[in-house]
Design a protein around this ligand. Structure first.
Ligand code: GAP
Length: 444
């Protein structure tokens, strides 16, 4: 797919203007590779995370959730191979001193910024190093975790001992990860502080392929059914051996048609018994599993579905972005699936200077908000302006309380107008049925 820089610019600008995503540390000129989520961005992010948690944890009996510490004993990262192997090839321009990831450059000799000559590539470790406590020596070194996965592996024995799960089973986690990317770019696509949603699914070695294929289907189902992403923009791609992470024997990345082109959205890896084996050896703690029926002890193998929250959010935003012509004007709207939309419905009094309309609308708003918390009150400007504002943040339903609601047309008393974001069509709904009407629509 061709890149669409114009679309990316429109999304970045909309995100700032409407409170989805702001530049990190903006008042100090920013900090490269960091972004702050505003009220609507947080709501959208939480919806994505909750849908993920529902599909992969709550709706299942075989996946256990954890929330491990970001800071871990440095031995974890030595054993996992990240101290030695979590590197990207970096090149520096001999003239302007700018640094680049060599594998992202088409011309490996010439600086893309000034045309100067690039030096030889060297390996750059992407972990953020820090000191724990007041002493600054080798024993106090720690790292901000570059993947949430290791917080799962170090808790494998805890889950075995406290829940006694039978194989196959999984452990899931949502949390922050940090990577000192050489060249963060493309808005929230490549950042230095990110959020991941990961499952380590423990299986018998002989069954790895069956579970791998199953989770590939589940990843696609999550994208299409839960997030409502366009099917034709989703591309599973086999990762060749030379591009795979150091722990993976087989990987399939799911790429997506972003405005910046077809790029990695999420991943699936067969991590074998690499991590549990390495931690057993390094920690001296036995991380094997005893199968009571087969009377057999072994180290389980692992299938790892991994998702980047920021990239999912960018995929959802770019897929939802739409423009059309209404009343001779260009209308911008985000056609989110209602279950993903940060605001499910907005409630308006037709006029804000009519106390009887405002009082009725307030009551509708409060009653609806009790059942569906993501409801917004809007009485600013005329109804047309409110529609535009709500369209731009992707609110699927706008509810207007007008004089007919109050009984001006007797047969319309206690009904409201519900306007659909995508079609602009309006329906009259009885107030007593409004909550179940909106909930039905959100559920799809
Ligand atoms: N535990 C496996 C793992 O971390 P990964 O492919 O390095 O695998 C998983 O990362 C996902 O995390 C990616 O598919 C992507 O969605 C997200 N991700 C990784 N690095 C990122 C970055 N610098 N900025 C934004 N998202 C990133």
């Amino acid at each position: 797919m061709a890149t669409n820089e114009g679309l990316m610019e429109k999304i970045v600008s909309l995100c700032k203007r409407r409170g989805f995503v702001y530049q990190g540390s903006e008042i100090y000129g920013g900090l490269a590779g960091t972004w702050d989520y505003g009220p609507l961005g947080v709501a959208l992010k939480k919806n994505i995370e909750n849908l993920w948690w529902k599909r992969f944890v709550l709706d299942r009996e075989d996946v256990y959730g954890v929330d491990a510490a970001i800071l871990m004993n440095q031995e974890v990262w030595k054993a996992s191979g990240h101290v030695g192997g979590f590197n990207d090839p970096m090149v520096e321009c001999q003239k302007c001193k700018h640094r680049f990831r060599e594998d992202h450059l088409e011309d490996k000799e010439k600086c893309p910024d000034c045309g100067g000559k690039l030096g030889a590539a060297r390996q750059f470790n992407m972990m953020f190093k820090t000191q724990i406590g007041a002493m600054e020596d080798e024993t106090s070194v720690s790292y901000l975790r570059p993947e949430t996965a290791q917080g799962i592996f170090v808790n494998f024995k805890n889950i075995l001992d406290t829940f006694h799960p039978k194989l196959p089973f999984g452990i899931a986690q949502i949390g922050k990860a940090f990577r000192n990317e050489i060249a963060p770019r493309d808005f929230i696509f490549r950042v230095r502080e990110l959020e991941q949603m990961e499952i380590e699914y423990f299986v018998r070695e002989s069954e790895w392929k069956k579970h791998f294929d199953y989770f590939l289907d589940q990843q696609t189902a999550f994208l299409e059914q839960d997030l409502g992403l366009t099917k034709s923009k989703i591309h599973p791609v086999d990762v060749p051996a030379e591009d795979r992470a150091h722990y993976s024997k087989h990987s399939i990345d799911t790429e997506f048609d972003f405005p910046i082109g077809q790029k990695e959205l999420l991943g699936l890896a067969y991590r074998t018994d690499y991590d549990l084996g390495a931690h057993t050896k390094a920690s001296g703690t036995d991380l094997s599993y005893y199968d009571e029926e087969a009377k057999e002890r072994f180290v389980p193998h692992v299938i790892e579905p991994t998702f980047g929250v920021g990239r999912l959010l960018l995929a959802v935003l770019s897929d939802a972005y739409a423009e059309d012509e209404q009343n001779g004007e260009t209308r911008v709207f985000l056609k989110f699936k209602p279950s993903v939309a940060p605001v499910k419905a907005a409630v308006f009094p037709l006029l804000k200077n009519k106390p009887e309309l405002v009082a009725y609308a307030r009551e509708v708003y409060q009653n609806l908000k009790r059942d569906i918390p993501q409801i917004m009150w809007d009485d600013n400007g005329n109804v047309g302006k409110r529609y535009r504002r709500q369209d731009e943040i992707g609110t699927p339903f706008c509810i207007t309380i007008d004089f007919d609601t109050l009984g001006e047309t007797p047969e319309m008393k206690d009904t409201v107008t519900v306007r659909d974001r995508d079609t602009g069509e309006q329906e009259r709904v009885v107030v007593a049925e409004l909550s179940s009407y909106v909930q039905r629509k959100i559920a799809g």
